[in-house]
Design a binder for this molecule. Structure first.
Ligand code: MMA
Ligand code: CA
Length: 189
């Protein structure tokens, strides 16, 4: 037989575990409220919830305007955008990185099609965020990861060490190419 107070403690512990699992602990009696251990009162938590909802709505509106004007293209979690400028590979990459993005590198057919649409719109070949390793010649993303998707044009890549960058043709296929050409800049964010 346990003392009476032990049963109360066990009951309280059970309640705590249950309500925390459901994220529905009351904000009273010293237990964490729905903000868990951050301990915000429910009134503040609800204000913060409203503010987040407003932000989301505003973002949704802004994305709609930018899409409508053809300024951005959304594909999965990615946002693609071009500054409409032609540049060599290093300058194109720099332009993207300066604004927190990187050169677009399609990782699947859907992304490839989205980049292709921008290439077609501008009627300009574009550099992709893909290049060959200095010594290995291995084809990699800017972050050094090996290629996981490709859409080479027939008989490409054929550069044999002389073509370290990759461009996209208006049909969406890829060609390894020298890095000092002037090609459309398309960034991903
Ligand atoms: C160019 C150059 C190459 C490409 C071939 C395809 C002649 O070289 O763009 O990168 O592979 O054309 O014919
Ligand atoms: Ca080539």
């Amino acid at each position: 037989m346990l003392p009476y107070s032990s049963y109360i403690l066990i009951a309280l512990a059970a309640l705590l575990v249950t309500c925390q699992a459901a994220s529905k602990c009351p904000g009273i009696s010293g237990l964490p409220g729905r903000d868990g251990l951050k301990g915000l009162p429910d009134s503040l938590a609800s204000k913060r919830h409203d503010a987040l909802a407003n932000l989301k709505h505003r973002l949704f509106q802004l994305e709609a305007v930018l899409s409508l004007n053809g300024k951005i293209r959304k594909v999965g979690e990615k946002i693609l955008a071009s500054n409409g400028k032609k540049a060599d590979f290093a300058s194109a990459l720099q332009s993207c990185e300066e604004v927190g993005g990187t050169l677009a590198a399609p990782k699947n057919e859907e992304e490839n099609k989205a980049v292709m649409d921008i290439v077609k719109e501008h009627n300009q070949y574009a550099y992709l965020g893909i290049r060959k390793g200095e010594t290995s010649g291995q084809v990699k993303y800017i972050n050094g990861m090996p290629l996981s998707y490709s859409n080479w044009h027939q008989r490409e890549p054929n550069g044999n060490g002389k073509e370290k960058c990759v461009e996209m043709y208006p049909d969406g296929t890829w060609n390894d190419k020298k890095c000092n050409m002037y090609r459309l800049t398309i960034c991903e964010f």
